[in-house]
Design a protein around this ligand. Sequence first.
Ligand code: ADP
Ligand code: MG
Ligand code: MG
Length: 871
Amino acid sequence: MAKWVYLFSEGNANMRELLGGKGANLAEMTSLGLPVPQGFTITTEACTQYYEDGREINEEIQAQINEHIEKMEEITGKKFGDSENPLLVSVRSGARASMPGMMDTILNLGLNETVVNVIAEKSGNPRWAWDCYRRFIQMYSDVVMEVGKKYFEELIDKMKAERGVTFDVELTAEDLKELASQFKAEYKEKIGKDFPDDPKEQLMGAVKAVFRSWDNPRANVYRRDNDIPYSWGTAVNVQSMAFGNMGDDCGTGVAFTRDPATGEKKLMGEFLINAQGEDVVAGVRTPMPIAKMEEEFPEAFAQFKEVCKTLENHYRDMQDMEFTVENKKLYMLQTRNGKRTAQAALKIACDLVDEGMRTEEEAVAMIDPRNLDTLLHPQFDAAELKAATPIGKGLGASPGAACGKIVFTADDAAEWAARGEKVVLVRLETSPEDITGMKSAQGILTVRGGMTSHAAVVARGMGTCCVSGCGDIAMDEENKKFTLAGKEFHEGDAISIDGTTGNIYDGIIPTVDATIAGEFGRIMAWADKYRTMKVRTNADTPADAKKARELGAEGIGLCRTEHMFFEEDRIAAFREMICADTVEEREAALEKILPYQQGDFEALYEALEGNPVTIRFLDPPLHEFVPTEEEDIKKLADAQGKSVEDIKTIIDGLHEFNPMMGHRGCRLAVTYPEIAKMQTKAVIRAAINVQKAHADWTVKPEIMIPLVGDVKELKYVKKVVVETADAEIAAAGSDLKYEVGTMIEIPRAALTADDIAKEADFFCFGTNDLTQMTYGFSRDDAGKFLDAYYDAKIFENDPFAKLDQTGVGKLMEMAIKLGKPVNPNLHIGICGEHGGDPSSVEFCNKIGLDYVSCSPFRVPIARLAAAQAAI
Ligand code: ADP
Ligand code: MG
Ligand code: MG
């Protein structure tokens, strides 16, 4: 028979998967001899079983729970529902990974009309007894029966108003007794049944409610944000009560062994006299700082400080603890490795190494790479942010904080910024034309688009804050206004957006600049020491490349050459190229483009100081670049000596029904080899020049052909590249070496990687397209249905943000297995958005990639994640 229930004395900290974090640590504290009210843990497996059994607790589990109640009665010498010495318990959730406040807790379970009178009399403290009872009814109704907190809070407020008091503690025993009966009446009215009196029935109901709370919407969102699988389930802890609400020699508190905001080594926390449970954090009364507890409860405080020391030494990490003092005696209710800001995480990890508690490897492993993001971008002032209420929420597409005046077009953004205004660009969605405006904006807010939409990708690349896909915005771009949360916003109105949480705020929330403290460097140096995989960057401009180098990039894994044409004077030449009728016309336009590209490439090689640079040839469908404004169309027509009508016809001709699967990637080079020729010339000439200037560097360009699905495509384009390149090299009398490789981003390329490897010097997984093509859904449209997929538990994550290891990952593994034996020198990387996602980086390390490449601001994250994967 499976064991579904464990006494605290039967478990330990290593059993977190089975007992949940809280249960495992309660067990560990018990075995350390710390004062823990005793009880038992119902396992996470029982939770999974509950869902398998159609949301019922089966008889076997029920029997074991009842058996353990009896054991608890023996241990505590108290009995459920007893008229002499009644047992009261708390019922607490506890998942493997801590999910603070996400699921529900019930206190004082076991009370009924009889028991409450018993404890009132025995304790000589009827106020306490009735306070417990009214709390219990309130929590049970809310959690188990989902009656809703607010009705009860209204009743409390009414009672306080009638009595003319401000605080709960000022209500008398009689008041609380009356509240309890009002609560029960409320319960009966809402549920249609009497409030349950039998403690065992109460317990089973509560356990069920905790299991059920694993699936509540709050918990589901939290799990998705924190990569916690739904399949884990939660454990339930049943623990005998310690009472912090028995009077003025009682209280309850929370504390950290180090400051969770700064990492400073000092006890931090709060304590509230004569209180229970969440009173401390609920803000009903103002708690005292933990240091003051020393004055009021010297003995319990001294004991608590000892406990802190014991726990920190034992867990070798900063602890976050919950405790209660009952009649001056300390009880420990919880400990866990405390959540902390990124800044604090770095300081604590370094301090623990310096204190001899942790090794460098362990310190590296302690930092959550995702948190580093926040260190690299401006942030909202924490206090101001706390005081603000969001008016809407989109996807936290690119981290950071932005506030400024609303503008609706990229041109306005550029113009306003030029005269010194801070602006937030609000658009339905962005397009390549908006780039300059996006750069001028503090932040970008879009109505449509997911994590890999144009706005999101570009913003992340630029390190600009972006909130994308806020569907609640009713946009009227034409009239430069939108409505959100019932308010109409106009050009020039102030708004703030948080690219980390996706929250949107009315008005200005002040920001502070990010600082990179010394510990950051120390941790990154350790990370570099222990990782084996290289980290490159996706950089399209010399400025991006420089930034990425500062952040530790060891090469460019992806330069999207089309991104070099977003600027005004360049786009004109580019458009001429696109709207050319004949090869001659196109070549004439390409002649104008060549110097721009060559100059950019030179700057990239310079910035990379001899480190590898991968340049991807033109990839997107050309119509993305054609002008849409009449004025621009006219300009283009004039430049080419064509009529506006002609240009419009050409533009219409470029229209595609499914552009992502249309005329793009290597298909462009197949139809217009002259484009590939020009790009090759630019790459090679630039490399030769930079090599000449820096004899001590090895400049070795890597030319990358996108969207190959068949080796013959690669062969065809490669021939153009090689002929052009070799001619250039010969003409210059140079001995420059270069490589030609391909993106693996079409499933067929992965499936036939052995063929492709014969022609390729390297593979680079373009996992944005590979995900899109493997799933067969568009990355620009997936945002529309992903929420439904989350709700239906079809997806737990956005596959464009977190690599689908099962499917897309299998294709990657297959490509490696097929490719390497054919071409042992083949080097392999990834340059999709996933290259900066920690769990995806771990996977890349596992399947043997040589490098990951990600946007500049993700480079430190990837370095750390790669180290963690290697350790
Ligand atoms: P969360 O996971 O949301 O922190 P907990 O299960 O820790 O929820 O419960 C919340 C609070 O309830 C605790 O911090 C503690 O103050 C109180 N509590 C829980 N169990 C007991 C108990 N056995 N005795 C006294 N207080 C308790
Ligand atoms: Mg807790
Ligand atoms: Mg691609």
